[in-house]
Ligand binder design. Structure first.
Ligand code: CU
Length: 695
């Protein structure tokens, strides 16, 4: 290849610029190695822009005196933004659309791995080139290589090119497209994927991330206080604040919702018709989200009343990003539960009523009638279930109240029970440890749902405010008279983000996320009422009933009003934190579990039919050996409560790379709705999900 005279000058210029930017912008964020199979580019679609109107995590780079224009154009490949550079003459010098050399923007890479770099572009000059820089642990940012010249095209074309193996001592790269001839270049929709296939028997080469996973804090914030999070079947994430625990916003009638698109890092604000702060929410069978109750009033300054529950209810439609009102509930509901049943109906229990007393009705939403039944139409026990009671649907249609709840003591008696709506009975369940210190514990139906086992983790008590505990409890709901048994203690955490503490720390406000490899990721939490975040994360294995301690911890504290949930690409997203000083953490963290550092991910190549009936076999094709397949119901989580989270095993019939997946005939094991379909390769690495509609 002919040496290009401008190469050395260009590199010098870039390094100077990068130093300035690094000083101005860089936060000391942890830098996880690359996660295989996901798009590693932050803001690859260029839709998220900063105050200057330029895409977040991108920069205008280049050198020389040739006149040029460099900006954002609406003539995009997708969305409404692309970068456009026009150079008036051919050299000397160039202009480059480059990724920022900033730890939270630059993609992390693993030495020895190869990556496919892709971009959509138009160009009127053949004098363009895809250029890559690498961060050398010893030398800092250095030029690495030019990978491709982009042929002239007036309509958007995609160019994808594979890197050579990343040199030793490299931890990040940035890349972009350079124009050095007279003409106009537009670029959009950048992608980057780890395509390394591990040699048989080769272990992970990503260092600590191989066993701990790795967190990355996104370079943007949520525009709303993310108290409620619902993963939608189009891959977006609904984030609901309502008044967001902010009295001024409540007084002003300022209620907020935003929809986050993980693939672009963009947020869409959604008009919010009522104060949905501390409402309930659940996905309906068609993928719309039923939102119920919320906040009618904050406590009176004179103490004459506490929080009051709204009766309002809405359906959020991901197709239009809008709320539509349905009929009112039969009682006000602040902190209500929401569980979808095998027939697609929804039961809501607990919370505070319109007069701030305990809500004792069973509120029942009929899917067929698309309305809440009146009090007299639903079976009633007139029992108070507490706030956000965790009510998990059992395979026989009954609801298991796990004892996880929000605020203060547990319910009288054993603190856990089984509720039979049809028979109108409540049967106590014994064995839950320390039931009055399980405030803001979390309960999950363990993978697979067919095993009918529930794990309850941690908890505290905001009234008596002891140190939160490390207790866990396990129960097998297949037993005739199930009782809880003590599980292993949660691993100890730290209070200061890495500095070991002498005291063993437990946690309330804990999050537990079902992962596609069949394990449960446990993260976040705090030691006391809206105070003392605990930095600890672990992996629970339902097959052995043990925790693996010492996983990477979220750099952001995640206490009251925080949530963590699974994204369709196999990563975990965490939002929210609302400590006692009334502040709210708007940062977004994303966790890549250890399985994303083990090289090639299996792919679901075809899914001929994504609407599955109960008891049917459904064919997919994949690109290699598959260990297992499952459906995971997308999150609808708030306050450590997501009783609908479930992992439904799909027994397989394998014929080479054609696999027949058998869906259970029991709707109580997989209530109707949209699910994420994952396949898991022989090395325990899951695919990216495809969406399947059940029922
Ligand atoms: Cu709340």
């Amino acid at each position: 290849m002919t040496p290009r005279p401008w190469l050395s000058r260009r590199n010098r210029r870039d390094l100077g610029l990068s130093l300035v930017l690094a000083l101005l912008i860089v936060l000391a964020l942890p830098s996880p190695p690359a996660a295989a199979g996901a798009n590693l580019i932050v803001n690859g679609g260029l839709e998220a822009v900063g105050a200057d109107g330029f895409p977040v995590c991108w920069e205008k780079s280049g050198w020389g005196d040739t006149p040029y224009t460099f900006g954002v154009t609406t003539q995009a490949h997708t969305g409404t933004k692309a970068m456009q550079i026009t150079l008036s003459a051919t050299g000397p010098g160039d202009r480059k659309a480059m990724m920022l050399e900033n730890p939270s923007c630059a993609p992390n890479v693993t030495p020895g791995h190869q990556y496919d770099l892709g971009a959509w572009y138009t160009t009127t000059t053949p004098n363009t080139v895809l250029t890559v820089f690498r961060r050398d642990v010893a030398q800092g940012w250095v030029y690495w290589t030019d990978l491709a010249t982009l042929p002239v095209t007036t309509t958007y074309q995609q160019r994808t090119v594979r890197t050579p193996p990343v040199p030793p001592g490299t931890d990040q790269i940035v890349w972009g497209i350079t124009i050095y001839g007279a003409g106009t270049l537009r670029t959009d929709d950048y992608t980057m994927e780890d395509v390394t296939q591990p040699a048989p028997g080769t272990s992970c080469s990503a260092g600590p991330a191989c066993t701990e996973g790795a967190w990355q804090v996104m370079p943007f914030n949520t525009p709303v206080r993310a108290i409620h999070a619902v993963v939608l079947h189009n891959g977006d994430v609904l984030l609901v604040a309502g008044s967001g625990n902010n009295l001024d916003d409540f007084a002003a009638g300022t209620f907020k919702t935003a929809v986050y698109r993980p693939s672009t890092g963009t947020f869409t604000n959604v008009p919010t018709p009522a104060d949905l702060f501390c409402a309930g929410h659940v996905q309906l069978a068609d993928g719309r989200v039923l939102v119920m109750g919320g906040n009618k009033d904050y406590p009176a300054a004179d103490g004459s009343h506490g929080y009051k529950g709204l009766r309002d209810s809405f359906i959020f439609d991901p197709a239009t990003n809008s709320y539509t009102r349905v009929n009112d509930m039969s009682a006000g509901s602040w902190y209500p539960s929401a569980t979808v049943l095998g027939n697609g109906d929804v039961i809501s229990l607990g919370g505070l009523n319109e007069d701030s007393s305990g809500m004792v009705a069973t509120q029942y939403f009929s899917a067929a009638q698309q309305r809440w039944l009146g009090l007299g139409e639903a079976n009633q026990t007139w029992s108070f279930w507490g706030l956000y009671p965790s009510m998990i649907l059992m395979q026989d249609g009954r609801l298991f109240y796990t004892g996880s709840h929000v605020f203060g003591n547990g319910l009288p008696g054993t603190g856990a029970s089984i509720y039979n709506y049809g028979a109108n009975t409540i049967t106590p369940v014994s064995g839950l440890q320390n039931k009055d210190q399980r405030d803001q514990s979390m309960s999950v139906l363990l993978p697979p749902a067919q095993d009918q086992r529930v794990l309850t983790l941690g908890g505290g008590n905001i009234d008596s405010n002891p140190d939160a505990n490390r207790l866990t409890d396990l129960i097998d709901l297949k037993q005739a008279n199930p009782t809880y048994t003590a599980g292993p203690l949660l691993p100890t955490g730290t209070l200061t983000g890495g500095v070991p503490q002498t005291a063993a720390q437990g946690k309330m406000y804990v999050s537990a996320v079902l992962l596609p490899d069949g394990k449960v990721f446990e993260t976040g939490g705090g030691l006391h009422n809206r105070a003392d975040p605990v930095y600890e994360a672990s992996m629970f294995d339902p097959a052995t009933n043990t925790f693996t301690a010492g996983l990477a911890t979220d750099p952001v504290p995640r206490g009251y009003h925080s949530s963590a949930f699974l994204l369709p690409d196999g990563r975990v997203m965490a939002v929210g934190n609302n400590p006692g000083d009334g502040s709210f953490d708007m940062r977004v963290s994303v966790y890549s579990p250890p399985y994303l550092f083990k090289g090639g991910r299996p792919q679901i190549l075809t899914l001929p039919d994504n609407t599955w009936d109960y008891g049917t076999a459904n064919t997919i094709t994949v690109d290699g050996p598959i260990l297992k397949a499952e459906l995971i119901r997308p999150a609808a989580v708030t306050h450590s409560s997501d009783p609908n989270q479930r992992f439904v095993d799909l027994p397989m019939t394998v014929t080479g790379t054609t696999i027949s997946l058998n869906l259970t005939s029991n709707p109580n094991l997989a209530p109707p709705g949209w699910y994420m379909l994952f396949v898991v390769g022989a090395n325990g690495v899951p695919s990216v999900a495809k969406w399947v509609k059940v029922g």
